[in-house]
Design a protein around this ligand. Structure first.
Ligand code: MTE
Length: 327
């Protein structure tokens, strides 16, 4: 049996490889105590390992193991129940509770991802191949939605570049387009006109190749629940949430900027870049502050939104660009 199959069955968990949901909460209590001592970052890493050995994971989904990543932030992760019940996944409905409610019949397996377009070696991958393509990492990332809420999610996966580089993009490849699945019999809102289906998104090639851009296969030490984009979604933590397409079936290299679903619907509201930027407001929502779910209640003071969602290491990608114009 392959190691990935054993891991999916919860066997052979490396001591430092998985962080059960309950452990995220306990770990944060200690880290808050160490805040400012310079020990917090160290403790954050080593505790992941210690806690894992002591506490078995206890969720309903198959386990998916990832090694702790230095790209993780130290913010307190959002409880699993909030991350998996307050979602935007319009194929299942437009209410935040709809995806968890309506995604039960979705088939996340079997799955085929196709990588095509301006590349020398287009290829297709099944789920097993996707999960064994590169070492799985657990990365705790911030997620900021343009609607003004944010979460912190421990994703499991690897850099998107791992997938892209194997296709050997040609010199003509300037952008990458992502297409989400259309599963007519399980996604009730594909019959609606709320979006021009299928859901598509895009990145410039250098954005997609940035190590932070992630191909995500799991969260909280388990495979992705359907409502969060099973079995494969993208996570681009310095951009608003809608840039991260869920349940992706096709990745295509293009020479010209691909059309994206939200940009097509309302180009003045949703630009192609959509970097988290507290100085450029959406016409209907201020981007200056945000409400971290779930602890920042409606009456709690909001927290300040950070440029690039705090991921300063991507600033160089936009050197010389007017981010008011390229919003
Ligand atoms: N992908 C698809 N296919 N369909 C969608 O409706 N919504 C986007 C993005 N990816 C969406 C999608 C939006 S608006 C957000 S904020 C994030 O998914 C939400 O991800 P989450 O539910 O895991 O927090």
């Amino acid at each position: 049996m392959s190691s990935i199959k054993r891991a999916l069955r919860g066997e052979d968990l490396p001591a430092s490889g998985i962080t059960p949901r309950e452990v995220y909460e306990g770990r944060r209590t200690l880290l808050r105590g160490l805040a400012g001592t310079g020990l917090a970052a160290w403790a954050g890493r080593s505790m992941l390992g210690e806690a894992v050995a002591a506490t078995p994971a206890g969720g309903g989904l198959a386990k998916l193991v990832g090694q702790p990543s230095p790209l993780s932030v130290l913010d307190k992760p959002t409880p699993y129940k909030d991350a998996s019940s307050y979602n935007n996944f319009y194929e299942f409905g437009t209410d935040k509770a709809d995806p968890a409610r309506n995604a039960g019949k979705f088939r996340a397996s079997p799955w085929t991802l196709s990588i095509e377009g301006e590349c020398r070696k287009p290829f297709k991958l099944d789920l097993d191949a996707l999960r064994t393509l590169a070492p799985l990492e657990e990365r705790i990332y911030r997620l900021r939605c343009v609607e003004g809420w944010s979460m912190v999610i421990p994703w499991v996966g690897y850099s998107l570049s791992e997938l892209l580089k194997r296709a050997e993009p040609t010199g003509n490849a300037k952008y990458v387009e992502f297409t989400s699945v259309e599963q007519r019999d399980t996604q009730p809102y594909l019959g609606s006109r709320v979006i021009d289906w299928p859901y598509t998104e895009g990145l410039r090639l250098d954005e997609a190749m940035h190590p932070l851009a992630m191909a995500v296969l799991g969260m909280y030490g388990e495979v992705l629940p359907n409502q969060n984009g099973a079995p494969l979604r993208i996570a681009v933590p310095w951009k608003y949430g809608f840039k991260s397409a869920k349940s992706v079936v096709r990745i295509r290299f293009t020479e010209t900027e691909p059309k994206t679903s939200w940009n097509r619907i309302a180009p003045n509201e949703y630009g192609f870049y959509s970097n988290v930027n507290p100085t450029v407001d959406h016409p209907r929502w201020s981007q200056a502050t945000e409400r971290r779910l779930p602890e920042d209640g409606f009456f709690a003071p909001k927290r300040k939104t950070l440029m690039f969602n705090g991921y300063d290491q991507v600033a160089g990608l936009y050197a010389g660009m007017d981010l008011r114009k390229f919003y």
